[in-house]
Ligand binder design. Structure first.
Ligand code: BES
Ligand code: MN
Ligand code: MN
Length: 462
């Protein structure tokens, strides 16, 4: 039986099993869901065993557990390490979901005439992670697994993988591999596959501006003391100039610019600005001067406010000057910016922006290094052949704007490259209400992965 026939024969079960995973609210950020996270890990373990893994264990960490499984056919054969995550983002704002986030349903959409699975985690990353489990099942049941395989599925990706470094450092030997395979990104379109060759890094800070020692009457004091919200708004606004260039001194010093040739190659990838605007209901795009939308969202660093609060936000009007104002700010980084350097530059600059009369505090959250991989390696070539086989088209290499901080750590600690074979679409609404994953994408992923295994093993022998 070939993989297409296998999928056709087991389609419904593949969907039902994914539904079981999607029904668990494995929200890693919220400690109220700790039990659901553990139950999800247990399901992943059971499914890996059923798919033919020889050893499967739930590995305790200081945080949520990591599920590890393996099949070692012959130590002389190449070893693929599959990485994915079973945790998900919080579902709020829940009222904007058309159906409850943890009660998966299939609905047709314009981009998915054959249907898409709607649920939190459908695309990021339960659906994409589970494609690998089903691909493995096919290979073991049909005795076509050509190499060794290890699975490492974590439960903390959405909170910055705080325990994974701990785990990787303690398990170097166990995790030894020739290549890491990850489906946690997207592709251009269902008729145009792409392989993700880069990820942005991340620096994430929280800022606090404190003015007077208590909230004040805005009539009695207004105009005479610094209002922390007014000040914070000014400080944030000054972080970008009229060209939407970031004004933090030294911010761009280490950025590697792309050559004209590389930019040209990027511009050749199919992209419709009209459709992009239409999908977001915006009349114009916005960003750094002299760069295209595709460049702005992948090869350029950014600075964005993720949340801002303070003062009175309840019903009606309350005349008050707040004592404090707060914001969460993220910066997406590109090679060769490092999170520590950029965070330090931000902190130093932000503190100097504060006028007299307020105190500023900057605290740092998790960060991550950017990543790029060349298209000359065996891993990329194997992926290219696999897509060509199942899509009838060569994939386009594409750098993504998102971050998977652990990928750079894998390179440093395990000395291996990651191949990012993502089957999601940008329109999947990951992290948003109504997240979904196309059935086409789910099955196409399951179909493509076994070819990666065989081409990779072949090319490694050559
Ligand atoms: N799977 C995403 C990252 C992603 C999505 C990369 C699409 C490329 C294309 C991952 O789960 C994620 O959300 N990462 C976070 C960072 C993390 C430290 C919370 C992100 O990019 O914001
Ligand atoms: Mn993800
Ligand atoms: Mn995510």
């Amino acid at each position: 039986m070939n993989i297409q026939e296998y999928i056709t024969a087991h389609k419904d079960r593949f969907v039902d099993e994914l539904f079981d995973l999607l029904k668990k609210p494995s929200i890693s950020a919220d400690s109220n869901y700790k039990d659901a996270v553990l139950e999800t890990a247990k399901i992943v373990k059971k499914r890996l065993e059923e798919a033919g893994c020889e050893t499967v264990e739930i590995c305790e960490t200081p945080g949520h557990p990591i599920v590890y499984g393996s099949i070692i056919k012959d130590p002389k054969l190449p070893t693929i390490l599959v990485y994915g995550h079973y945790d998900v983002q919080p579902a709020d704002p829940i009222e904007l979901w058309d159906a409850p986030p943890f009660e998966p349903v299939i609905k047709k959409t314009a981009l998915h005439p054959e249907g898409a699975i709607f649920a939190r985690g459908a695309s990021d990353d339960k659906g994409q992670m589970y494609m690998h489990v089903k691909a493995l099942e096919f290979m073991t049941k049909n005795d076509t697994l050509p190499c060794n395989v290890k699975f490492m599925i974590e439960g903390e990706e959405e909170i910055g993988s705080p325990s994974l470094e701990w785990f990787v450092k303690r398990n170097q030997e166990k995790l030894k591999n020739d290549v890491i395979l990850i489906s946690d990104t997207g592709m251009i379109a269902n008729d145009q596959p792409s392989v993700t060759t880069g990820l942005r890094g991340l620096s994430y800070v929280e800022v606090e501006v404190t003015g007077p020692n208590r909230d004040l009457h805005s009539g009695l004091y207004g105009g005479a003391v610094a209002n922390p919200i007014n000040i914070l708004a000014k400080m944030i606004a000054s972080l970008q100039d009229e060209n939407n260039h970031i004004t933090i001194p030294g911010f761009y010093d280490t950025v590697i610019d792309l050559s004209d040739q590389e930019r040209k190659a990027m511009a050749a990838a199919p992209f419709s600005l009209e459709n992009y605007k239409k999908a977001l209901d915006i009349t114009a795009v916005y960003g750094e001067s002299d760069y295209t939308t595709n460049e702005r969202r992948s090869i350029r660093p950014t600075l964005d406010v993720n949340g801002i609060w303070g003062g009175y936000t309840g019903e009606g009007a309350k005349t008050v000057i707040p004592s404090q104002a707060f914001a969460k700010i993220s910066m997406r980084l590109v090679p060769n910016q490092t999170p520590d350097e950029i965070t330090a530059l931000f902190q130093k600059h932000f503190e100097t922006l504060a006028p007299q009369g307020v105190k500023v505090k900057v605290t740092t959250h998790h960060g991550g290094f950017p990543y790029v991989t060349p298209i000359t390696g065996v891993g990329y070539k194997a992926a290219e052949k696999a897509y060509e086989k199942t899509f009838g088209k060569k994939p386009i290499p594409q750098r993504s704007g998102g971050s998977i901080p652990i990928v750079a750590l894998f390179e440093n600690e395990l000395k291996s490259k990651s191949i990012l074979m993502g089957f999601g679409l940008n329109s999947d609404a990951i992290h948003s209400p109504n997240e979904h994953f196309g059935l086409f994408n789910y099955f196409k992923g399951i179909e493509t992965i076994p070819y990666f295994y065989s081409y990779y093993t072949e090319l490694m022998k050559a």
